[in-house]
Design a protein around this ligand. Structure first.
Ligand SMILES: Nc1nc2c(c(=O)[nH]1)N[C@H]1C(S)=C(S)[C@@H](COP(=O)(O)OP(=O)(O)OC[C@H]3O[C@@H](n4cnc5c(N)ncnc54)[C@H](O)[C@@H]3O)O[C@H]1N2
Ligand code: MOO
Ligand code: MG
Length: 424
């Protein structure tokens, strides 16, 4: 507990700005261990080794066309009226090392991707030549000048050996996989999946397979958070919901720190009679609360603490606030734990597509959809901006950031938005 305990109460909490809350969290973010896994299983994970090109790419001079490997100088000053004839001395398929040097007035039939023979410095496409036989020998006639290096990829032209290609923490996707495969990394070192215990609190909660009773609700937060954790490369541990019982919460939550990297609870962080999380943090001897009120909507009562570098994120029970709390505070931690350097979400500027009339005492994060029209980006709230609403989450690919203060914004105003995901 910090020194402000005496002046704090459930109702009088010390408020922090979002950026300050993120800073406090970031100070405790540490890399998880690493593990070696087969390349194709690494999609979506983060690299725990740097990638330095071990060889040149390509590592031999390569033909870019099906044609003839020639010496460009042999075609100097030729034309359709004054063509040149070259003798074809061998055929080079891909994967074979040429057996002969190309000398003056010689050519080799060569396939796309095959290794250029020494002496040759250009490839002319089949279509630009005439092939003929004479005395059992094969020849081609060329009627136009060919530039040196035409249709040839030089050694190391794409990547030189020793080039630094990827940093630790880089997320592995298709482009990364292709590079790793081409350099022979059949298994790679990645950051282990951070393990995340998810525990929803609330005596009104029912499991999703239960038939709904009047006044109760199904626990959607545990599944929603598990999905977000999976998206960010974590390994969610879905725990049984907890009733609003402080002593039970104390014993259940405390034991989790020995088995997982971080714990997320949802619900019970506000000031209601059955909201247990304020008292939990207040009585949390072994842990250290970082903040319990943030100048934001939704999710103002979001509370975060640490116990020996294990986080306890107590998110609001309201699904909209729970979602936004994850995006602002937990996703960056999961990224950071997996070596990512740019942990905070990308922002962009866009035109607001409709009036937003609510007064903003706090900075507001509105679930929204972005679209591009004639080169301009527009953002529009996906529904009513209430933290209890969950239906809008599925259609949101960004969060509009409305600054604190002011009397709302008008359609056409420029706003900042946080990029979330692709809508497909
Ligand atoms: N008098 C005041 N009341 C409230 C304040 C306040 O400052 N003064 N803050 C409001 C704000 S802002 C928020 S946000 C919520 C925070 O609520 P809690 O975190 O305490 O969450 P609960 O009370 O447990 O539940 C709120 C709401 O969410 C539903 N819920 C809870 N858990 C789940 C779950 N796992 N899946 C789906 N839905 C869940 C719950 O049934 C409630 O409807 O407090 C305001 N009140
Ligand atoms: O801080 Mo709450 O999430 O607005 O309803
Ligand atoms: Mg409550």
């Amino acid at each position: 507990m910090d020194g402000n305990k005496e002046v704090q109460s459930k109702f009088k909490r010390k408020i922090v700005q979002v950026s300050e809350a993120q800073k406090r969290i970031f100070e405790y973010t540490q890399n998880v261990n690493t593990e070696k896994i087969p390349l194709i299983e690494s999609v979506g994970r983060r690299l725990a080794q740097e990638l330095i090109a071990p060889i040149d790419l390509p590592h031999f001079r390569r033909s870019g066309m099906d044609g003839y490997a020639i010496r460009a100088i042999d075609t100097k000053d030729i034309s359709s009226l004054d063509p040149i004839v070259l003798e074809v001395i061998e055929t080079i398929p891909s994967g074979k090392v040429p057996s002969q040097l190309i000398s003056t007035k010689q050519a080799a039939r060569i396939m796309t991707g095959a290794m250029l023979p020494d002496g040759a410095d250009a490839v002319i496409m089949f279509e630009m030549t005439e092939e003929f036989m004479e005395n059992d020998k094969k020849y081609i006639r060329i009627k136009r000048e060919i530039r040196k290096r035409q249709n040839v990829t030089e050694i190391g032209e794409e990547i030189e050996s020793g080039t630094h290609l990827m940093d630790k923490g880089r997320k592995i996707g298709t482009g990364e996989i292709a590079l790793l495969a081409t350099f022979g990394f059949h298994s790679i070192e990645v950051y282990s999946r951070p393990t995340v215990a998810i525990i929803s609190t609330g005596s009104e909660l029912q499991d999703i397979e239960e038939s709904l009773e009047l006044g109760k609700i199904r626990n959607s937060n545990t599944s929603m958070i598990a999905s977000l954790v999976l998206e960010e490369g974590g390994s969610p541990v879905l725990l049984d919901k907890l009733p609003d019982d402080l002593e039970l919460a104390k014993s259940k939550i405390s034991e989790l720190f020995h088995t997982v990297d971080l714990v997320i609870t949802t619900g019970g962080v506000s000031v209601g009679d059955y909201d247990i999380m304020y008292d939990f943090f207040d009585q949390w001897e072994e842990g250290n609360m970082l903040f319990n009120k943030v100048a934001m909507r939704p999710g103002s009562p979001t509370t975060v603490g640490v116990f020996q570098n294990h986080f306890l994120f107590a998110l609001s029970g309201n699904p909209g606030a729970c979602f936004v709390g994850f995006e602002l505070f937990i996703r960056p931690v999961l990224k950071g734990m997996q070596g990512c350097k740019q942990v905070y979400p990308e922002t962009f500027t866009a035109f607001l597509d409709e009036d937003f009339t609510k007064v903003n005492a706090f900075q507001r994060f509105i679930r929204a959809t972005s679209r591009i029209e004639q080169g301009s980006v527009y953002v529009k709230p996906t529904g009513e901006d209430k933290s209890s609403i969950m239906v809008s989450i599925k259609d949101s690919n960004c969060l509009i950031v409305i600054p604190a203060g002011g009397q709302g914004l008008s359609k056409g105003d420029l706003v900042t938005a946080i990029r979330l995901k692709e809508l497909e």
